[in-house]
Design a protein. Structure first.
Length: 371
């Protein structure tokens, strides 16, 4: 029997609710497989700041250090509430970026997936969804503007100014490109490289390194697209994309657009992978406006569990069962509030009911033994 330690960071806002449903799924995976999970809950985000004065307290660092994988819920407060916490201690700067840096989780995989049968979830017309959307966005996660040095002050003209640096070295660029090429090689052998080399020198270096790395993957066709143009194409013809690779900020923005074309950010799980440690999290925020109402969509959190099973525990077959179980619940005509607008023909269920239905579906699926 394999034993894995999972740090569970439920986070803020809707985090605890959707994490609860993800844990139900993990418990069933334990029942069905020769595997056991030691769940180690820890405070992370604004909740941790209010309890310990630190959004990523030492006690949580210790738990994450020990864990085989980390399951992390969304963090953050509303814009107004955020102001009650000093800027550098706010959960995004004080917890999330430090975690990414600590574990060097440079490769962020964000699936943007919608089968044809669920085209009604999307704001796009069915003819644009065609046979379905199936993209994986590969976002560089520990470099660029989000991690560069920052400076604020008063300039010579007496004006307040800010300076933030966008820095990448060739190692950082090549390691994420290798990840993207490897994925493209396993999938359709097409890689969309998203850049802004008509303006940014960082993109010029990125593309130069891409040409070098590409030589190691001769079967993969590379298609270059400027990031602004890619934003348009995601709306006009999303089916042209399979694997997309981009630097940190482009990936932040385009992956939210990915959620938009699917119809909900609730459909956006993700995996953040480093050479030694990986953590799994929804791509979206903590949605404080709907927190505690049992209406949030736990798909992103349960999907993050599926990504964890596949990437950290070598349980690809069971991961696929989890995806299929969730698609099965949608296929039966159910969804949470985000995807069941009046007139959509979808029956609205709660966060908890969604989790229960996923568990029910998964129970019916043939067992696979843990690798
Ligand atoms: C994401 C989020 C984070 C980011 C925030 C919460 C710092 O938007 O994971 O996409 O910008 O990376
Ligand atoms: Mg984001």
């Amino acid at each position: 029997m394999k034993n894995y330690k999972i740090a569970v960071l439920a986070g803020d806002g809707i985090g605890p609710e959707i994490t609860r449903e993800a844990i139900k799924v993990l418990k069933l995976i334990e029942e069905r497989n020769d595997v056991s999970f030691e769940l180690m809950p820890a405070a992370f985000g604004a909740c941790a700041y209010f309890e310990f004065g630190d959004a990523f307290p030492q006690s949580t660092i210790d738990i994450c250090d020990q864990a085989d994988a980390i399951l992390k819920g969304p963090i953050g407060l509303s814009h107004e509430q955020s102001k009650t916490i000093p800027i550098d201690k706010q959960p995004e700067r004080g917890a999330l970026l430090p975690m990414r840096r600590r574990y060097n989780t440079y490769a962020n995989f964000r699936p943007v997936f919608l089968p044809k049968a669920l085209a009604h979830f999307s704001p796009l017309k069915p003819e644009i969804i065609g046979e379905g959307i199936d993209i994986i966005m590969v976002r560089e996660l520990v470099g660029g503007l989000y991690f560069g040095s920052k400076e604020t002050g008063i300039n010579e003209q007496g004006l307040r100014y800010v300076k933030e640096t966008l820095e990448y070295d060739e190692h950082q660029i090549s390691q994420i490109l290798h990840q993207a090429f490897k994925l493209a090689q396993k999938r359709k052998k097409v890689l969309h490289n998203i850049h802004k080399s008509n303006v940014l020198k960082s993109s010029v270096l990125w593309n130069e390194i891409l040409d070098e790395v590409a030589k190691e993957y001769p079967e993969v066709e590379v298609i270059h697209q400027l990031v602004d143009s890619a934003a348009t194409n995601l709306c006009l013809k999303p089916t042209q994309f399979d694997v997309m690779v981009m630097e940190n900020m482009f990936g932040d923005i385009l992956s939210d657009q990915g959620g938009g074309i699917l119809g909900s950010l609730g459909l956006m799980p993700s995996a953040c992978i480093g050479d030694e440690k990986a953590y799994y999290e929804p791509s979206h925020g903590s949605a404080p406006d709907i927190a505690g109402k049992n209406i949030a969509n736990p798909y992103s959190m349960i999907g993050s569990v599926a990504m964890m099973l596949e990437n950290s525990f070598d349980m690809a077959a069971e991961a696929k069962n989890v995806w299929d179980a969730m698609q099965g619940v949608f296929g039966d005509g159910y969804s949470t509030a985000d995807l069941s607008k009046p007139g959509s023909g979808v029956t609205m269920i709660s966060t908890e009911q969604f989790g229960d239905k996923v568990v029910e579906k998964l129970r019916q699926m043939p067992r696979v033994s843990a690798a």
